[in-house]
Design a protein around this ligand. Structure first.
Ligand code: IVH
Length: 680
């Protein structure tokens, strides 16, 4: 065989293998509702197949996965031929794709001005066709291959949000098209229940929805939290068609069919992209999963002019969000030491693009999770990054485990300071016992101390903390307050100006509140809410430090575990020394006890703070005002009692002066805080 033929044979072998692989995935996805690989991986394989077929059209056969939309219906359900084919949508991934889509639409329509679109969430469930005859629900079918679907009438009947009879005057025949999905909360509950019974869980809400809808026993479906949204019309008889798609949606809603409340009519590509950004920002807080948005030309006559290509309309496009899951290889696992010594296994990955960024590290949470997911070094894993949440290893592709995969072992000694690692009782986390002796714990404590919700020292972030600790300039929070121009000059890349800014931020942070200070100390299990409760209950650091277990527990929402941590913290001589030094450095806060005795002296007054304050952080000033009984609000209105204007105050200052709200400077604010009296 010459080399050309050998290469050709190899390519053909690869082609056959790819087809087999995709067919297997189709089966797992459509028939078993148990996909093996993330969608993005499947798309990548399909793309490869399309490319090979484009280069070798003679290899394409009618049964190639590229030649059909889905998979034929499973045997068990009756087949339903769709009166109007159920199409799919072309995808757009970038803003450019959307601009191009809009340009093509305008060119074909010969439009100069902006086209109106119906912008809708792309619900991540499964497409459904529901037929009503004279207003009565008679049949529901899945999309199947687009021409023929499965009859799932009995199952759809069990969905509570599915009306069995339409309301009002309805035409002789209506085929409504929509999406069956499972809300996230329902999905989580279902999985938790399945896990408690020791049964298999679903990978994601869409598969849970598909699995539930394709149950042969409708009684099982009835127990599943399925919902349905409608987004269009298929066949109809006797309907006076409106002019716009948005009017069809309004009609569906009038008939009692659920339409997604997030749907909007927008103007042009800009309107589409705005909508995409807005929904994208709220994506994680929606009750259901969406994998993108759909833009549809709103005017029905324009839709008719545009028509279809192959299996997708020219008048609509799906603008997808970046995939949230991807496959990659787990190279290694390292253990990161946190503020309280907790060791977190962190996956070092072969870099992979997921959720819109390249990810090379992901959390494995703790050893219980590692065991539950059976993760090993060398495994191919599914990495998940949803929104701004820290990327995690979601699951393992057991089928792809190499023979030399290595188990992950919790080290017996801290990887940073070599102190023993301990696991307390049945806690999921193991901890380094080094405390302040461990530089990793020191760094994390400093970072926490300076963080926005604690002492809020602007500019003192992760990198700088790392440098300060490594250079031996700061070991405990108290050291921060003795930093100077000279000592900071030792650090790499620290110019005079940034050193100056940092020192000023540190100076400002000295004025804080008792609650923030307590939270900043980083006592284990004392979060913001507990810190606020302790501060309000004890009023002063001295009182809290003197309290025994029993008295600490009397603070609201403080149980024996937290109380023990608090007492333990203040009993530790090293901690007491840090506290003394912090107070000696001038860290202070308004004393709430005195205020309580006065009754809240600023009660009934509303302050708005704007611009930069020189002497303290704005949030600390707001907290201090609140401690005196005032309200601190973010926006100016006629109800605002005083506006405090710092440096570079802008629109709020203008608005306050327009409304005649009294405006005070920072010195006046200081007087209020010192005298604990309203401004004079
Ligand atoms: S319109 C011809 N609107 O996305 C128009 N589809 O790839 C066809 N989907 O199978 C569909 N939300 O399952 C449309 N608001 C929405 C949608 C939506 C989700 C799904 C649907 C369809 C697939 C298209």
């Amino acid at each position: 065989m010459d080399t050309a033929t050998a290469a050709e044979a190899e390519l053909q072998r690869r082609f056959a293998e790819l087809r087999r692989e995709i067919e297997q995935h189709n089966y797992r996805y459509y028939i078993l509702d148990e996909p093996q690989v993330p969608d993005a991986e499947y798309d990548r394989l399909m793309q490869q197949l399309r490319e090979l077929e484009a280069a070798h059209p003679e290899w394409v056969t009618v049964d190639s996965p590229t030649q059909r939309v889905g998979t034929a219906p499973a045997d068990e359900f009756a087949e339903v031929r769709h009166r109007v084919p159920m199409l799919s949508l072309d995808n757009a991934f970038t803003a450019d794709d959307v601009l191009n889509f809009d340009r093509r639409v305008r060119e074909r329509l010969g439009r100069e001005g902006a086209v109106r679109y119906s912008a809708e969430p792309k619900l991540d469930g499964l497409a459904i066709s529901v037929i009503f005859e004279h207003g009565v629900f008679v049949r529901a079918a899945t999309r199947g291959d687009g021409a023929t679907g499965e009859d799932v009438t009995s199952n759809v009947r069990t969905i509570r949000s599915m009306p069995l009879r339409l309301r009002g005057a309805v035409p002789a025949l209506v085929e409504a098209r929509g999406e069956v999905f499972m809300p996230v909360a329902g999905f989580e509950r279902l999985n938790a229940e399945a896990a408690a019974r020791g049964e298999k869980t679903f990978v994601n809400p869409r598969n849970a929805a598909a699995g539930s809808l394709r149950q042969l026993d409708p009684q099982v479906t009835a127990t599943r939290p399925l919902e349905i949204f409608f987004y269009g019309l298929g066949a109809q008889e006797g309907l006076d068609l409106p002019v716009r798609h948005s009017e069809i949606l309004a009609l569906l809603a009038e008939w009692g069919l659920r339409v997604c409340a997030e749907t909007r009519v927008v103007e042009g590509a800009e309107g589409c992209l705005d909508y995409y950004r807005q929904i994208g920002a709220r994506r994680a807080s929606l009750a259901y999963q969406i994998d993108g948005v759909v833009y549809k030309v709103d005017e029905l006559a324009a839709q008719a002019t545009l028509g279809f290509v192959a299996r997708a309309p020219r008048w609509a496009v799906a603008h997808k969000f970046p995939a949230e899951e991807a496959l990659t290889r787990l190279r290694d696992v390292e253990f990161q030491v946190g503020r309280t010594g907790a060791l977190t296994p962190v996956a070092r990955l072969e870099p992979v693009f997921v959720g819109g960024v390249t990810v090379s590290n992901a959390t494995l949470h703790n050893m219980d999770e590692v065991l539950r997911k059976d993760v090993r070094i060398g495994d191919t894993v599914v990495v998940r990054r949803a929104g701004d949440v820290i990327p995690e290893v979601a699951r393992v592709m057991l089928e792809r485990r190499p023979a030399d995969a290595r188990p992950i072992v919790m080290p017996a000694a801290c990887p940073v300071c070599a102190s023993p690692v301990q696991r307390e009782g049945d806690e999921a986390v193991a901890r380094c016992t080094g405390g302040y002796r461990c530089s990793a714990q020191r760094k994390e404590r400093l970072r926490h101390f300076a963080s926005r919700r604690a002492l809020d020292i602007e500019g003192l972030g992760e990198k700088l903390v790392e440098q300060l600790v490594d250079a031996g300039l700061a070991q405990s929070p108290a050291d921060i307050f003795v930093l100077s121009q000279q000592s900071l000059a030792e650090l790499d890349r620290m110019g005079e100006k940034s050193a100056d800014n940092l020192l000023r931020a540190i100076e400002r942070a000295k004025h804080t509140t008792f609650a923030r200070f307590l939270f900043a100390l980083g006592i284990r299990d004392v979060g913001e809410a507990t810190a606020a409760n302790l501060a309000a209950h004890f009023g002063s650091l001295e009182a809290l430090m003197q309290a025994d277990l029993h008295r600490v527990q009397q603070a609201p929402d403080v149980g024996p575990v937290i109380a023990a941590r608090v007492v333990e913290f203040f009993a530790d001589p090293a901690n007491r020394e840090v506290l003394e030094r912090l107070q000696a450095a001038g860290v202070n806060w308004p004393a709430p006890r005195v205020i309580a005795a006065d009754g809240a002296p600023l009660a009934g007054l509303t302050f708005v703070l704007t611009g930069t304050l020189e002497s303290m952080a704005r949030e600390a000033a707001e907290d201090a005002l609140r401690a005196l009984g005032a309200k601190a609000s973010g926006s100016v209105s006629a109800k605002t009692s005083y506006l405090i204007a710092g440096r570079d105050a802008g629109s709020k200052l203008r608005k306050a002066s327009d409304l005649g709200v009294p405006i005070l400077d920072e010195a006046a604010l200081q007087r209020v805080l010192e005298t604990k009296r309203p401004p004079t």
